[in-house]
Structures are given as structure tokens and as C-alpha cells.
Design a protein around this ligand. Sequence first.
Ligand code: IPM
Ligand code: MG
Length: 352
Amino acid sequence: MKFKITLLPGDGIGPEVVAEAVRVLETIASKYKHSFQFQERLMGGCSIDKYGSSLTDETLADCQASDSVLLGAVGGPKWDDPKAKDRPERGLLALRKGLGVFANLRPVKVHPALMEWSPLKPEKLQGVDILVVRELTGGLYFGFPKGRDIKDGRERAVDTLEYYDYEVKRVMELAFNLARGRKKKVTSVDKANVLESSRLWRQIAVKVGEANKDIELEHMLVDTASMRLITGPAWMDVVVTENMFGDILTDEASVLAGSMGMLPSASLGESTIGLYEPIHGSAPDIAGKGIANPTGTILSTAMMLRHSFKLETEAAAIEKAVDETVTAGARTADIGGKLTTRQMADEIIQRL
Ligand code: IPM
Ligand code: MG
């Protein structure tokens, strides 16, 4: 089959990890007789430098016209001025909105060989296999009013946590569908004891739950969830939550796996176009050194094959190769080894 993939390597270590993920996709293409056509574009700080905008209309249109998008990472100290008109992160948010990818899937599995790299005791990590479904195009990140002004002689800043019923419903339904292929349990995380938006969230969760009686629905307050994630994460399976809660909980959950460098993500919407990216950032401290862990990005390509291209066999082959590579002891610096980004990818490719 033939697919067009837009690459947005971005900033920092982004280009280094995306280059290795492309080699993995090329290996898959030749082994399974597919054709992946790549087009590379700028997004983030590099796009601000070249075009004066973190995401140009042309780049967004190119992404929309492709079958899926693979992103490295965006941001860095160079573009951190709080007064700047544009920031790399704005490009990422505009891209998510522009692609309509309202659900961000962040799976967290702990490889037995990496348990020592987790801050939790190994016995707490047994059986951890979590899928966080984070709402991605609503909530505090996008709500209006938003901004700064002077009110009653005081400097003021406003962000708005806003949700429409249909925004909650579609991400909730997706979470229920994903739960059906797993342990048939959904934990909906909110702050319904305080926030009106969370009370709407919970009301819709209950409604979707009634229409999907084969799936167990549990509600949990976000503060409790963040605590339970550390005291005993094995209870979690599919967790669905609003944008900002999901942002925070997924960083917290990621340390369970030993390194953020290991974890992939997929952002999905109504269409089959998905946005795939590792969950780590641009890591300016190690950028250009060729030592970043490419595994999260490589696993993101597996998610791309599964969710956007429906190539389950190929997706599973990548995941198996990663699993065997880690079991065999191949390690980049973040997980205590000396392999370069390229060598780690070679280890994975060799097992494909
Ligand atoms: C993430 C990141 C982004 C977010 C930033 C870079 C805008 O933290 O993907 O989790 O907050 O969504
Ligand atoms: Mg984040």
C-alpha cells in the first residue's frame, strides 16, 4: 500500500530521532512491500527562524493533505522569551487543532528490564499497562477569553477552561472503544467537586457509560488519580481526561517506564490522519550529540501503522523488535547505556 507521510522533525533532538524512525519505516516498507513517501517541513522554532511563524499555512495544508504526520519535538531556550509574539509550542497547538486530532493516546508500559530505572519499587510496577486518552483540542489550552489586560488598575491574566458536550462525548466514546480491546474498564478523571466543566465531563461520561454497558466506568478526581499513579499504578487501564489534566498526568506516568525516551504517542480525530510523536521534548541539553533515545519515536511509527494505516502486523513487528532490543540489553544514555541514537535504531532495525 502507498502512504504519504509528512515529517516535522522540529527542534533540538527532534531531527535526530525522526531520522531513525524514517529508517525503521523504510525497512518496513521494503520488507512488507509498501510505499511510504516522505515530505519534510519546518514546524516550531526552526519555522520561526525561517518564516517568522511556528506553523505556516502551507505547512498545515501539506500536513492535512498527507496520510499522517510524524513529529520530533519543538521548543528550546532560544525561543523562550515570554514577550515573543510566537512560540514553537503555539505551532504544535495550531497543528493539533488544524488536524482536528482531539484524542491523544499515550500508552505507558514498563519493560521488565527497565524497572530499575523507574523511581518506583519493582513490585509496584508489575503489570503496569496504562493507556491515557488525553483530550487534545479543548479545555484550558484553547478556551476564550484568554489573555492579559489591566483591570481595576491591576495586571490580570485569564485562561478559560471550556468544554462543549460534543467535545467530551467524542473523546469519551473513543476511550470506551479502546477499552473494549483491553480490560474493558475506563477511568474518567475530572475535578467534578470544584469545576463546572468537570461536572459536564462526568455527566457525559455517565451517558456514554450507559450506552456501553459492557465496559466498567469509574470516576476519579484528578488529585486522587495523581496520587494513585504513584502509590500503585497497576489499577489503571484506560484513563480518559481533559487536556491539561492529561498533560500533567502523562508526564507523571511516563517516569514509571524508566525514561521518557521510551514512550510514543498518537493523536487521532475523525479522519484517519494522525499526528504521531514521542512524548519527550526537544532536550536542548543533548541536542546535536547523537545520543538521544529514538525508541519513543520509533514506537510512534508503530502507532501510525496501526491507527492511520491499519497495518497491525507491521505495527506489532516494530513493537516486538523494540521489546527484544531492550531485553537484549541495548541501551542509550537515558537508560544507562552508551549506544548512540543511530546504534540504538540499528539494534531495532536488525530485529525487524
Ligand atoms: C505535550 C507538551 C505540549 C503540551 C507543549 C509542548 C505545548 O507538553 O505534548 O505534552 O502541553 O501539550
Ligand atoms: Mg506535556
